[in-house]
Design a binder for this molecule. Structure first.
Ligand SMILES: [Zn+2]
Length: 177
């Protein structure tokens, strides 16, 4: 990842909550985009057929119509996974990544980005779901990784990842000393 990106992502994640008028520690639902389930665009049967053909082939995608942005997630995924996928897609929008190519699986089209942009979107997605301030606020209240995951509807894996990535765990340990 390019120099300074991680700090920029944390700033962006803080700014977004400010922009939509929620506290730094509140869960974020969506970022200026509408969320739709893929079975509103195609049939659930077709999604299930695709999943059987190539597991995980479809997780989420974004349609950018200028001022109208729509993020589509899979109804077959868990709520946690949908949030994570939606956050990833929102990150592409926030970072103004452009669609590079279209992949086709069966008769469905997929937009893919370059690997650097995927890495950036993954990183920012984590920051959006669990910004550093939110994690510190939670740790101060005695919440552990599992409680943080549950409160924000993210996976335990994501909570643990962000606890390490932000260094918040280390910082909380110094308060207890
Ligand atoms: Zn992506």
């Amino acid at each position: 990842m390019r120099r300074g990106f991680k700090a920029e992502a944390e700033r962006l994640a803080t700014q977004i909550r400010d922009d939509v008028g929620i506290s730094p520690h509140e869960p974020l639902d969506h970022v200026g985009a509408q969320l739709r389930m893929a079975d509103e665009l195609t049939s659930l049967t077709r999604l299930q057929e695709l999943e059987a053909l190539q597991p995980g082939a479809f997780s989420a995608c974004t349609f950018d119509f200028g001022d109208r942005k729509i993020i589509v997630v899979s109804p077959l995924a868990t709520g946690e996974r949908q949030r994570s996928d939606a956050s990833h897609e929102a990150s592409h929008l926030l970072l103004k990544h452009t669609v590079k190519e279209v992949e086709r699986v069966g008769d469905l089209s997929f937009f893919t980005c370059d690997p650097d942009e995927e890495q950036e979107a993954n990183w920012l997605a984590g920051c959006l779901l669990l910004p550093r301030d939110l994690i510190l606020w939670s740790l101060r209240r005695g919440l552990d990784a599992a409680a943080i995951a549950a409160a924000n509807n993210v996976s335990l894996q994501m909570a643990n990842f962000r606890l390490r990535a932000t260094g918040a765990e280390r910082q909380a340990a110094t308060w207890r000393r």
